[in-house]
Design a binder for this molecule. Structure first.
Ligand code: SF4
Ligand code: SF4
Length: 451
C-alpha cells in the first residue's frame, strides 16, 4: 500500500475537459444520490426563504444590521466587540469544512453549496419546461419550433422570478421586510436596496443559468484548495477504470469492459465533465453520474458501482491522524467560543478619565476627579444601571435594549485622601454587579503630608 505523502493529489486532479461546442444541457437523473441531495437542499432552501419572515420579541429573528453594527440571531446579539466569538465561529466553521472534506470529499459542494443548489433548481425547471436534453440541444442547434422558443422564453421568465425572489430574500437579512414594506408604503424606495436587488438577482440568474460549472472551476477558491485536504483515504466519486475499460458497445468479437460508452454519466453532470477521465477540480461529488451509471448497469444486468463514491484506499477513521487533528481543532474552537459566549457580560462598561482636567479643588476644599463612563446594554431588555462609589450612589442611567450610553461621573474626596485606586460598582437588575477600577489623583494630599 502506498503512503499518503507519495500521492500528488494536485497533479492528479486534471483540469476540466470541454465536452463539445454547444452549451451543456444537463439531463436530470434519479437515484439515491439525488434523493440525498433533495434531503439536504430542500430544508436549506426553505430555511433561506422562510427565515427573514420569522420574528423574535417583535424583531426580525435573524438580522444583520450593518448600520448599527449588530448581528441578531434570535435571542443572541453580536456586536463588533464580540470579535473573538465571530472569529471562533469562522475558524471553527473552516476546520469543520476541512474535517468533512478530508473524510467525505466535497459534501459541501454537492449537497449544501448555494451554487449547486440553485444550479440544480434551474436545471430542474429547464427540463420541466423545455423538455428532454435532446430537445434542448436541438434548439441550441437552431432546430427549434415556435413552441420550443416559447417554452425557452417562459423558462427565462421563471428563472428571473426565482432570481428576484432570491435577491429580495438575501437583502431582507440586512433590510428587514417589515421596515422595507413600511418604507415603500411611504414612497421611500431606497436606491441602495434597489441596486442590491438588481445586482443579486442578475448574479443569481447568470450564475445558476449560465456560468454554473465555470464558477466552480475558475472562481470558487474552495475548489482550488480542497485538493490539499484530500488524501488517498478521502471518499470521492471515481470511475473503476479496471472494470470499465476498454469501453464500448458489448460485442462478441470484441472483449470490452463494463462501460458501454453511453455517455449518460456526462449528460447528467452539472459541471460538464467526464469522470472517466479521472478526478477533476470541477467535480463537486454530487453523485449524479453514479445514479446514472447504476441505472445503466441494472438495465444491462451487471453489478452497480462502475462509478462509485469511495476512497482510493481503505483506512479506518481512527488511523487518520490529520483527520483527528481537524476534528480536535473543531472541538477546541467550539469549546473556546462557547466559553467566550457564556462569559459575555450583559453590560459592557469602560471608564476614561476626563482629559481636560486631571483634578479640581472645589470651594468645599475637596478634590474632584472627572470621568466618562461608556456603557453598552447587550441584553434584549432595558437596563437601569446604578453607579456607586463605595456605598455612595453617584449616578443612575436607563439604557434601552441593545443601546449604548455615556455618563459623566465625579469622584470626590477630602483633600487629605491620597492618590490611588478607586472602585466603581455598577448594579443592574438581577445580574451580578460589575466593578471598575479607576485611578484617583490628588497631589494636594502629598503637599499636606509634607507640611
Ligand atoms: S454511464 Fe456508465 S456505462 Fe455509461 S458511459 Fe458512463 S461509465 Fe460508461
Ligand atoms: S463527475 Fe459526477 S460527481 Fe462529479 S460533478 Fe459530475 S456528476 Fe457530479
Amino acid at each position: 500500500m502506498s503512503n499518503t505523502s507519495e500521492i500528488d493529489w494536485q497533479a492528479r486532479r486534471i483540469d476540466v475537459q470541454p465536452i463539445d461546442e454547444y452549451p451543456h444541457r444537463v439531463k436530470l437523473t434519479s437515484g439515491r444520490f439525488r434523493n440525498w441531495r433533495r434531503i439536504s437542499t430542500w430544508p436549506l432552501m426553505a430555511a433561506f426563504f422562510i427565515t427573514p419572515w420569522l420574528t423574535w420579541n417583535d424583531n426580525p429573528a435573524v438580522y444583520f444590521n450593518l448600520v448599527q453594527k449588530e448581528f441578531h440571531l434570535w435571542n443572541w446579539v453580536l456586536w463588533p466587540e464580540d470579535l473573538t466569538i465571530i472569529t471562533g465561529l469562522l475558524v471553527g466553521g473552516a476546520f469543520a469544512l476541512f474535517f468533512v472534506s478530508m473524510y467525505a470529499g466535497r459534501l459541501w459542494c454537492g449537497y449544501a453549496c448555494p451554487q449547486t443548489t440553485w444550479t440544480f433548481m434551474f436545471v430542474w425547471l429547464e427540463e420541466k419546461i423545455e423538455g428532454s436534453r435532446n430537445s434542448r440541444r436541438k434548439h441550441d442547434r437552431g432546430q427549434a419550433t415556435f413552441e420550443q422558443k416559447l417554452r425557452r422564453g417562459i423558462k427565462f421568465l421563471l428563472w428571473g422570478a426565482i432570481s428576484l425572489a432570491t435577491a429580495v430574500t438575501a437583502l431582507a437579512y440586512f433590510y428587514p421586510l417589515e421596515i422595507w414594506a413600511a418604507d415603500l408604503a411611504q414612497g421611500d424606495i431606497s436606491g441602495a436596496a434597489s441596486a442590491w436587488v438588481i445586482i443579486i438577482a442578475g448574479l443569481t440568474f447568470i450564475n445558476a443559468g449560465w456560468l454554473r460549472e465555470s464558477f466552480c472551476t475558475h472562481a470558487c477558491p474552495y475548489s482550488r484548495f480542497q485538493s490539499v485536504m484530500f488524501d488517498s483515504y478521502t471518499q470521492t466519486v471515481r470511475y473503476d477504470e479496471q472494470r470499465g475499460e476498454p469501453r464500448g458497445k458489448s460485442n462478441p468479437s470484441n472483449k470490452t469492459g463494463d462501460c458501454v460508452d453511453c455517455n449518460l454519466c456526462v449528460h447528467v453532470c452539472p459541471t460538464n465533465i467526464d469522470i472517466r477521465d479521472g478526478l477533476q477540480i470541477a467535480c463537486v461529488d454530487c453523485g449524479a453520474c453514479i445514479d446514472a451509471c447504476d441505472q445503466v448497469m441494472l438495465k444491462l444486468g451487471k453489478p452497480t458501482g462502475l462509478i462509485t463514491y469511495e476512497p482510493e484506499m481503505q483506512r479506518s477513521a481512527g488511523q487518520r491522524w490529520r483527520l483527528w487533528g481537524y476534528g480536535m481543532a473543531v472541538c477546541v474552537t467550539a469549546v473556546l467560543t462557547l466559553f467566550s459566549t457564556l462569559n459575555n457580560e450583559p453590560l459592557t462598561a469602560s471608564i476614561q478619565r476626563d482629559r481636560v482636567s486631571l483634578y479640581e479643588l472645589t470651594p468645599n476644599d475637596t478634590v474632584l476627579n472627572r470621568y466618562h463612563l461608556s456603557l453598552h446594554n447587550r441584553t434584549t431588555d432595558t437596563l437601569i444601571v446604578t453607579i456607586f462609589d463605595s456605598n455612595k450612589q453617584i449616578g443612575e442611567i436607563e439604557i434601552p435594549a441593545g443601546a449604548r450610553a455615556g455618563q459623566a461621573i465625579n469622584i470626590e474626596r477630602e483633600m487629605n485622601v491620597p492618590s490611588g485606586k478607586v472602585s466603581i460598582s455598577l448594579n443592574y437588575g438581577e445580574f451580578e454587579p460589575q466593578t471598575l477600577e479607576v485611578t484617583y489623583s490628588n497631589p494636594y494630599a502629598n503637599q499636606l503630608a509634607a507640611n
